[in-house]
Design a protein around this ligand. Structure first.
Ligand code: F6R
Length: 613
């Protein structure tokens, strides 16, 4: 996710801003930039790549006088959403006059129509970003009062933002605002630092004002005057932050993995933002444009992916078959090009990859393109190789995933697959009413995940009971079979416990021979079709003395008494159950690994992006 830092005070801003950017690096980014106001001039530097490169270029390009004298500036780390990670797309962006600069976190959903309107009035744009559109809009409203201009512009904006804005005509002040994207103001001794994340400011001050949505603030060295979007004064309390600097990097969480598990309600909200067509009961997926002929010609879906992304694809298969009547196959990407895949123009190939760089998936994508299939991708990292080579696709917008074990990308992948199946379903068999029902389901997902996260303490207590196991079986059926595979993968990769995921019915075809009182079984027995059969499979495990930990639907009246250790997830439509259940399994794996003292964010032998076959 992008990061913002701004400084106004009595010390040289450049060094403070660069150090602030370094504190934000952990969030993941692909380009960086800085703007300093000095002597009525706006100076901007930006580049694709690391903050260190920006620091080097700054020392080489700007003279010592500027670096020592400028006491007002803003800076940014960008994680690409609109347009690839290039110098021109990096922030800060300027307005039409080149005298006003803006950094922005979030997504301006109506940027395309705003851009068209501004172009109609003669504005010229250099980048592909939504942020540049906002800079021009603020510039158009600027008549000498920057707070007025920001308030006026934001009234035309749909979407989310945390922004910091400076003007060459306004020495000693900047204007910041937030809606849906965090922004806070650190109040120091004759200096004020704004940031999107407390980690960037706590080395300067621990006195912090957290802005609320729709707040706009004029920030000077003396502090901040806060208004609402109608420019009416509001008051906000100053809080005292007591985090250690190291904890703040992870937003107060002990590990990135835990932080990312807890980020899921927000990540899912971002994934669905602006994509539900609540009028027609369908989904807007702008990156999935097909000609009517292509659309009508699709006879089969083939999903290509590895690891966790493949498990998402296996759940997606149920969505496509159920909602869109499309036969769907899921292929382990590494295997695809070593067979003779019978694939062609009537096949829609969906490549799923968080990183967009996985070598096996990329090779399979190239094979499918070469064989003439319609190939689209579902990636998290914007501008990644798979996203570029497929050309068409959908970004997850889940924010950077830093923990090696994939968590929030998986749930966002499931949500996008559901929206894709909805879009195809509406063009093939689903009525508007059925489509609207699925839209309602999609909207409920962040709330369901929030509910599931409330089980954290209960899951931690259960994890303590199972943390000494050497082997584990995970069983599930239907939509929960791939979730059993994913739960087992999470446990083995971060806790190093040998864990195997099996279809619940498959256990008795061999693996049951391994069960005894030392081999626990984690059974996914939620209220989805096949539940009663899973209850019977649990009986079979109990009869072999295996300890059984069950994940069930809260309030399910049919739970057999024999279930003792239970994790509860909130009731939902069966389609959404994989999402709530996997969140519980992520927490379980996390706590087991924590109790065992494992290096959770960097498990041995694993890399975040696997670029070798
Ligand atoms: C497990 C995990 C891996 C990845 C796999 C594919 O937690 O992260 O199994 O899912 O390496 O990576 P992407 O999705 O980047 O193609």
């Amino acid at each position: 996710m992008c990061g913002i830092i701004g400084y106004v005070g009595h010390r040289p801003a450049a060094e403070i801003l660069i150090n602030g950017l370094r504190r934000l690096e952990y969030r993941g980014y692909d380009s960086a930039g800085i703007a300093l106001i000095d002597n009525g001039r706006l100076n901007i530097l930006k580049n694709a790549g690391k903050v260190n490169l920006l620091a080097e270029r700054m020392r080489a390009s700007w003279n010592a006088e500027l670096l020592n004298r400028a006491t007002l500036g803003i800076a940014h780390t960008r994680w690409a959403t609109h347009g690839p990670p290039t110098e021109v797309n990096a922030h800060p962006h300027t307005d039409q006059t080149g005298r006003l600069a803006l950094v922005h976190n979030g997504i301006i959903e109506n940027y395309a129509s705003l851009r068209r309107q501004l172009e109609g009035r003669g504005h010229k744009f250099l980048s592909q970003t939504d942020t540049e559109v906002l800079a021009h809009l603020i510039g158009e409203f600027y008549k000498g009062d920057l707070v007025d201009a920001v308030c006026a512009a934001l009234k035309h904006v749909e979407g989310t933002y945390g922004i910091a804005c400076v003007s060459a005509d306004l020495p000693g002040a900047m204007v910041v605002a937030r809606k849906g994207s965090p922004l806070l103001i650190g109040v120091g001794e004759n200096e004020t630092i704004v940031a999107s994340d407390v980690s960037a400011i706590i080395s300067h001050t621990r006195q912090v004002i957290y802005l609320d949505d729709n707040d706009v603030a004029l920030v000077t060295a003396a502090g901040a005057e806060i208004r609402d979007i109608n420019n009416i004064s509001v008051s906000r309390a100053v809080a005292s932050v007591d985090w250690e600097e190291s904890a703040a990097e992870k937003g107060g969480f002990a590990h990135f993995m835990l932080k990312e598990i807890f980020e899921q309600p927000d990540a899912l909200q971002n994934t669905m933002r602006g994509r539900l067509d609540e009028e027609m009961g369908s989904a807007f997926l702008a990156g999935l444009q097909f000609t009517p002929r292509e659309m009508a010609g699709i006879r089969r879906v083939v999903i290509l992916a590895c690891g966790t992304s493949m498990h998402a694809g296996m759940v997606g298969r149920y969505f496509f078959e159920e909602l869109a009547d499309l036969p769907t196959e899921v292929e382990q990407a590494a295997e695809f090009r070593y067979r003779n895949p019978l694939i062609g123009g009537h096949d829609l190939v969906i490549a799923i990859s968080q990183s967009g760089e996985t070598a096996d998936t990329l090779a399979a994508v190239r094979e499918a393109i070469q064989k003439g299939a319609l190939v689209v991708s579902l990636c998290n990292v914007v501008g990644s190789t798979i996203a570029r080579e497929t050309g068409r696709g959908v970004y997850l917008h889940a924010g950077p995933e830093i923990g090696v074990a994939s968590t929030k990308a998986f749930t966002s992948q499931l949500l996008v697959l559901l929206m894709m199946a909805l879009k195809f379903g509406r063009s093939r068999r689903l009525s508007r009413e059925e489509g609207l029902e699925i839209c309602r389901e999609v909207r409920s997902v962040p709330g369901l995940v929030r509910e599931t996260l409330k089980q954290n303490d209960a899951i931690a207590a259960l994890a303590a009971r199972y943390a000494k196991a050497r082997d584990f079986f995970y069983i599930g059926r239907g939509l929960l079979y791939p979730v059993a595979l994913e739960g087992a993968l999470k446990l083995k990769e971060i806790s190093y416990i040998h864990a195997e995921g099996y279809h619940a019915a498959e256990l008795k075809h061999g693996p049951i021979a391994l069960l005894d009182e030392n081999v626990p079984v984690l059974a996914l027995a939620c209220d989805v079709p096949g539940k009663d059969k899973t209850f019977s499979n649990i009986q079979e495990c109990r009869a072999r003395q295996a300890p059984v930990l069950s994940v069930v639907t809260d309030g399910d009246p049919s739970l057999p008494e024999m279930l003792t250790d239970i994790i509860r997830v909130p009731p939902s439509s069966p389609r959404l159950t994989p999402i709530t259940v996997v969140v519980a399994l992520q927490l379980f794996a996390y706590h087991v690994a924590r109790i065992r003292g494992c290096p959770i964010d960097q498990p041995k032998n694993l890399a975040k992006s696997v670029t070798v076959e």
